[in-house]
Design a protein around this ligand. Structure first.
Ligand SMILES: C[S@@+](CC[C@H](N)C(=O)[O-])C[C@H]1O[C@@H](n2cnc3c(N)ncnc32)[C@H](O)[C@@H]1O
Length: 470
């Protein structure tokens, strides 16, 4: 729960019949706030359990995810309409107000319906006390034009800096705006395009697992081939669970950016001395839940390599085992801290470090994530990332390739980690990762690859390729 916030009343009245979509959206917001739940894990089963129709489920999903994304803007709009600071309000009241704002400002729900159903929702989930307040505040929101409300909120941005104004306008924490603007580097003018992309739902992209699946099968079932990944297809609608190839483990949900960086790591040239070796061993150092490992396994098999997939947490290692269960490549799944594994130095000729990170590159997929991460998280992650990358280099044979990947574009986690290791160690060199993805445009100044939602339609994945030289 946000610090200083009051607890919501749990009393639930049955006097008013509230529509199931709005109630589900409210319950999801409460679970995210109170239990630190992940919205995209909680909402689909919640909708299924309640037998909510397909149409209502779509409405509930847009309402809940949209409200979570835009809550920063809505709080700024609501603040002058309230007599107390927003953090002093009962959190249930705030959620009902935010849900009402999203319907009024972004979903084109008619004013009388948005206000009326919010009051009904409050009657169902709260005590009678705040109903007058909710009615009065939402009527004021409904009386103004959305553009004027947003403009006034932006003008009242704290500190009135460029980033604070963007933070309010596009509903991101200010430190995230600053980090993304810095990551865009030579193209900071594009920041609004990126922030806008982060507020849109990402299409569901699938990977036909190399060696097991067939993209043509997905396309025959109506999916659209991805632009650059040879195994990817994007769903035009429906649920991935309905696709036989997914149910049978031949395909899985995976962003095209993840597919592309995995391809780059798998195809980066080894030094000639190593390339001609009779056996090849690949390592995925941070493998859970196994998305990239299952792609790597197929690619490893095609060149006669074996795959070791390591993961710190046993429950996530179990997910890796499941992801690899149908893979024909010789593979093993091990559980341990990637910084202190017992394999002899130089054991592997290809090592992937898909490092734990802030996840700021996948904000489209995790509606609440931007509010949960804190700037103080970055330093600890950077230390861990540097240690994992160093261990990966130790595990790589001379002439071998190390791929460092994050689903964050934050410069401290990307260029910062890689530049530091290049300064610290004289036994590695950078490979131009862009050359491994020759058809993909606008990958940055190199030698790293940085993908972007607003340019490539992928998560903002970063990939650096290093070769062990000594
Ligand atoms: C970004 S995720 C990897 C995603 C995975 N490669 C995939 O594509 O499905 C990072 C993983 O690293 C694991 N991890 C965190 N600290 C670790 C450590 N010290 N050693 C090994 N794995 C670690 C996390 O539990 C998490 O599963």
């Amino acid at each position: 729960m946000s610090p200083g916030r009051k607890k919501a009343s749990t009393k639930r009245s049955t006097r008013v019949r509230i529509d199931p979509a709005r109630l589900a959206a409210y319950d999801l917001l409460r679970a995210v706030d109170r239990d630190d739940a992940y919205a995209n894990l909680v909402l689909p089963p919640l909708l299924r359990e309640r037998n909510i129709s397909e149409r209502d489920a779509a409405f509930a999903t847009e309402l809940a995810y949209g409200t979570l994304r835009w809550q920063g803007l809505y709080d700024q709009i609501l603040a002058p309409l309230l007599s107390r600071p927003i953090v002093e309000l009962d959190s249930g009241i705030i959620e009902v107000l935010r849900l009402g704002c999203h319907q009024l400002l972004k979903m084109r729900v008619p004013s009388h319906a948005a206000v009326g159903t919010s009051v009904d929702l409050a009657r169902t989930v709260l005590t009678a006390g705040p109903i007058g307040l909710i009615n009065a505040v939402l009527r004021k929101v409904a009386a103004e034009s959305p553009d004027e409300l947003i403009a006034a909120a932006v003008e009242s941005a704290p500190g009135m800096t460029r980033d604070s104004a963007l933070a309010v306008r596009w509903s991101h924490p200010e430190w995230v705006v600053t980090a993304l603007r810095e990551a865009l580097g030579t193209d900071p003018g594009n920041i609004e395009g990126l922030l806008e992309s982060n507020n849109q739902s990402a299409a569901v992209t699938i990977v036909a697992r190399p060696g097991r699946g067939d993209r043509d099968e997905l396309v025959r079932q109506g999916a659209e081939p991805t632009k650059w990944s040879p195994w990817g297809a994007t769903l035009r609608g429906g649920s991935p669970a309905e696709i036989p190839a997914i149910r049978e483990g031949r395909a899985a949900v995976q962003d095209e950016g993840s597919q592309l960086v995995t391809l780059a790591v798998a195809l980066a040239p080894l030094a000639e001395s190593l390339a001609v070796a009779p056996t090849h061993r690949w390592l995925d150092l941070c493998a859970g839940p196994g998305g990239k490992a299952s792609v790597l396994a197929g690619l490893a098999e095609s060149v006669g390599a074996t795959l070791t997939a390591n993961e710190l947490h046993p429950h996530r290692a179990e997910l890796v085992r499941r992801a690899l269960s149908g893979a024909s490549a010789h593979h093993e799944v091990v559980v341990g801290d990637g910084r202190s594994m017992s394999w002899p130095p130089g054991s592997f000729d290809r090592v992937l470090v898909d490092a734990p990170c802030t996840g700021l590159g996948a904000l489209r997929r995790r509606p609440e994530a931007r509010w949960r991460r804190q700037p103080r998280d970055v330093a600890g992650l950077v230390t861990l990332q540097g240690e994992l990358l160093s261990a990966a280099i130790d595990a790589a044979a001379v002439g071998g390739v190390i791929g460092y990947v994050t689903c964050s574009p934050h410069r401290a986690e990307t260029v910062g980690v890689v530049s530091t290791i290049l300064q610290q160690r004289s036994d590695i060199e950078a490979i131009d990762a862009r050359a491994l993805l020759p058809d993909v445009p606008e990958l940055g100044a190199g030698p790293w690859v940085q993908l972007w939602p607003h340019i490539h339609g992928t998560d903002a994945m970063f990939c650096a390729l290093l070769r062990r030289t000594g």
